[in-house]
Design a protein around this ligand. Structure first.
Ligand code: PLP
Length: 411
């Protein structure tokens, strides 16, 4: 149980100090207890705690949308605010289908995700998602969804540093789905540029560029789900910039407000925005939440972006990521370690499962780390790390050493 947080640390209810090796849950990028964010939230609550997002507007939401648009690449210059990553994903999927319809291409309704993808817990997100436990309990989900093959290939790529060499050709799987369904039925493809929840899987070199080319060739929208990679996780504001691939939409959340106030967003290219706005009559996009563009979340977001800018946090992982890479790959050779993957300031160790007890070893490592004063996470037998972007070299050493001791203890 956690009761207090500051900088790189949590404190438990018993008063134990815990190094945060996971940025809360991939979200507290600027570290905990940032006074500027608390002050901005307080100020906004005292000025105007809420304003209706339908028919009415308020300045801070436009100000924040402009800040986000400035960070995003190319003509990704309009923002639709939501309250979580899951809502951002479902919003983006709906925008894709409605966009084609407005252009007179209403047969494009099919959505393509990817195995091992995680896109939140809405019906859209679990339908395009590819993690079995998030899907199997919830019936048939959305119709008309298909999946690309995933890109994890431990056989060929184990212990790669950064993007693995093998697997760009897996993007051609989209051609297979086009052959099967015909491009005229496909609205969009959604992928995480770096898979997060299923265990830090950087894309094979060239994969995303190839996927972009195939989307463009067939008029399919490309959505990058940057709920984890957005806001500096891999050394650029967005992964789209890191990989130099221009998606049609980006979904983001988490680091948008440093995790302080729930918020998500869909960033769309100008052409998509214009298509909706050119509609002659009525409501442009028949979709929105009571809390879309909530003024307090916008205030938290603006204060967060100011910290990122002032402390140059959105590119800091270019430096700190090197230490993390060195440290994590030094775990190679420890008992049961079958793969180590990393990119930017995130990495994971994949462990061989205990016979008949999948996930037990990963959870044991997670618990041992916590007992030894470090918060990581367990996703089955994969142990990912993703610390706040403010982490220093010594703290990275502590994180890696604690992980090493815990892996040995769980041998
Ligand atoms: N998309 C990705 C890539 C995520 O990692 C997550 C959450 O971890 C989501 C969507 C869902 O975000 P939320 O939990 O804010 O709904």
């Amino acid at each position: 149980m956690l009761s207090r947080a500051e900088g790189m640390y949590y404190w438990t209810v018993e008063g134990r100090k815990i190094l945060d090796g996971f940025a809360g849950m991939w979200c507290v990028n600027a570290g905990h207890g940032r006074k500027e964010i608390a002050d901005a939230v307080h100020q906004q609550l005292s000025t105007m705690e809420y304003a209706p997002p339908f028919q009415m507007g308020h300045p801070i939401v436009f100000q924040f949308a402009n800040e986000i648009a400035k960070l995003a690449p190319g003509d990704l210059d309009h923002v639709f605010f939501t309250n979580s990553g899951s809502e951002a994903v479902d919003t983006a999927l709906k925008i894709a289908i409605a966009y084609h319809r407005l252009r007179g291409d209403a047969s494009r309704q099919r959505l393509i995700g990817r195995e091992k993808g995680y896109h939140g817990v809405g019906f859209g997100g679990i339908s395009v998602g590819g993690m079995v436990n998030n899907r199997k309990f919830f019936g048939a989900m959305l119709p008309g969804v298909d999946h690309l093959r995933h890109t994890l290939d431990i056989g060929r790529n184990a212990f790669s540093r950064g993007e693995p060499e093998n697997g760009a050709e897996l993007a051609d799987d989209l051609e297979r789905l086009v052959q099967l369904h015909d491009a005229s039925t496909i609205a969009a493809v959604i992928v995480e540029p770096v898979v997060g929840s299923a265990g830090v899987i950087p894309p094979p070199k060239g994969y995303l560029k190839r996927l972009r080319e195939i989307c463009t060739k067939h008029g399919i929208l490309m959505i990058m789900d940057e709920v984890i990679t957005g806001f500096g996780r891999i050394g650029q504001p967005f992964a789209a910039q890191y990989f130099d691939v221009m998606p049609d939409m980006i979904t983001c959340a988490k680091g948008i407000t440093n995790g302080a106030i729930p918020m998500g967003a869909v960033i769309v290219r100008k052409g998509i925005y214009d298509t909706f706005m050119d509609k002659q009559d009525g409501i442009e996009l028949f979709h929105g939440y009571t809390y879309s563009g909530h003024p307090v979340a916008c205030a938290a977001g603006l204060a967060t972006q100011e910290i990122y800018r002032r402390e140059k946090l959105l590119t800091r992982a270019q430096e700190t990521g090197k230490y993390l890479e060195e440290g994590m790959h030094s775990l190679k050779g420890l008992p049961n370690v079958i793969d180590i993957r990393n990119i930017g300031l995130t990495a994971c160790v994949e462990l061989a499962p205990r016979p008949g007890k999948v996930g037990a070893r990963g959870f044991e490592v997670f618990l041992k780390c916590f007992e030894n004063g470090v918060l990581v996470r367990a996703s089955g037998d994969i142990v990912p790390v993703s610390p706040p972007l403010i982490i220093d070299k010594q703290q990275i050493e502590q994180l890696v050493n604690t992980l090493a001791d815990s892996i040995k203890a769980a041998a």
